[in-house]
Design a protein. Structure first.
Length: 417
């Protein structure tokens, strides 16, 4: 297929440099935001995990306080049923565990780490509103006092022994009576409030993380639409321009030797399916060296362009035209036999002869006449594998014959004696 009008060779303009510079800046800014949002999201995830772990530990300590108060009450009550079966070791372990868990709660509410609503609410319940810390410390002290009394060996004096029993019973009443049930209820309320606050904080962090995720996705979409897509288009455009330059003669806009050979190879595969004739022709501008020597290379280039435009206008879109180098051009006439080809090529020769090249920058003459010699060969040759080099040689031989016989003529390479 004949080439379209030549497009100018791609160049990098100042505007292109500015656009690429801004796209690069936009990419860096977008990437910076993505990194910042990703790090923030990671921080929120870590914080959520930390909140869940700390919240579970605090909830466990509050639940242990409730359980231990109940255990101490049950162990101590066994004194009424069977004093000799009272297990002081279990009772003492429960009291010590209660001290340890209370200490862990105090460490949490008094820590200098970031304040949370759950921590503030629990601190208020422990120290101010419900006075849980004071109540628990009182209960622990009373439990210690009960342990101390039960460890004292019974007195042999009946009156002293009766007084000791009375003191144990009073102490027992303090750690197993109704007020301690109230302490358990207050701890249960505090535990429920703490868990609710923890869930609210975790939900807030989760919502913030969701917003950040949407933000990251939004920025990636913006980068894809306004940075990556334009860059990809510019790369594709540059690649197409490079491919065009690799297969196009920049002066005339026609295909170059490489493109012509490639298209011939493609057409050869078509010929394997279709049994049709074709003609390969070589054109050469007559006495072109004298044009360059007389008028200069600028005028020589004008003549080459003018000749290329005649080829584009005269031949069919299905024909393949290329500049092979210098003033030599190649033509592949598809689905054409030598009879029709001779008429087409001779008509081309006549058009060239009748259409001199206008010279814009030369005062005299204003138009430069020139002619072309053409040699061609028909294919395929029967029982012979199609080979472009062979047909080029035949066409070159015919072109040489045309030059030898006086130029400005068309010669069929298959009919040379």
């Amino acid at each position: 297929m004949a080439s379209k009008n030549s497009a100018p060779a791609p160049t990098i303009t100042a505007r292109d440099e500015v656009i690429v510079s801004w796209l690069h800046r936009g990419y860096v800014i977008g990437l910076t935001f993505i990194i910042m949002l990703t790090l923030t999201s990671h921080h929120l995830t870590s914080k959520m995990i930390e909140q869940e772990i700390v919240g579970a530990e605090v909830a466990s300590n509050l639940s242990n306080q409730i359980t231990l108060i109940s255990q101490i009450g049950r162990y101590s009550a066994s004194y009424y049923i069977s004093p000799e079966d009272l297990d002081l070791t279990l009772l003492e372990n429960s009291v010590n565990n209660m001290k340890a868990t209370l200490g862990q709660i105090n460490v949490y509410i008094n820590s200098g780490e970031e304040e949370s609503a759950a921590k503030v609410a629990l601190r208020k319940a422990m120290k101010d509103s419900l006075m849980l810390e004071k109540r628990l410390q009182t209960f622990i002290a009373e439990s210690d006092d009960y342990l101390r009394l039960t460890k004292i060996p019974p007195s042999k004096n009946p009156q002293e022994a009766a007084r000791e029993v009375l003191e144990i019973q009073k102490s027992l009443k303090k750690i197993s009576d109704k007020p301690n049930q109230e302490l358990i209820k207050l701890l249960q309320i505090s535990l429920a409030d703490h868990q609710e606050n923890q869930l609210s904080e975790i939900k807030y962090l989760h919502d913030m993380q969701t917003i950040l995720t949407y933000g990251i996705v939004f920025i990636i979409m913006l980068e894809a639409m306004f940075i990556f897509l334009p860059l990809v288009r510019k790369v594709e455009k540059s690649q197409k321009n490079l491919m065009r330059l690799a297969l196009e003669d920049t002066l005339t806009g026609l295909k170059n030797r490489r493109a012509f050979t490639k298209d011939f190879d493609t057409y050869e595969k078509v010929l394997e399916r279709k049994k049709e004739k074709f003609v390969l022709a070589i054109c050469d501008l007559d006495k072109f060296k004298s044009v360059n020597d007389t008028y200069g290379h600028d005028v020589g280039e004008l003549v080459l362009k003018h000749f290329a435009n005649i080829l584009k206008r005269t031949l069919r879109p299905t024909d393949i035209v290329a500049r092979m180098g210098g003033e030599e051009f190649a033509i592949l006439l598809t689905n054409t036999d030598e009879v029709v080809a001779f008429k087409v090529l001779d008509r081309l020769r006549q058009i060239v002869e009748k259409n001199p090249c206008p010279l814009k920058e030369v005062s005299e003459p204003k138009k430069l006449k020139f002619t072309t010699s053409i040699g061609f060969a028909e294919g395929p040759i029967e029982n012979t594998k199609i080979n472009i080099d062979e047909f080029m040689k035949l066409a070159d031989l015919a072109l040489y014959k045309a030059k030898e016989q006086g130029r400005n003529m068309v010669v069929n390479g298959r009919k040379i004696d």
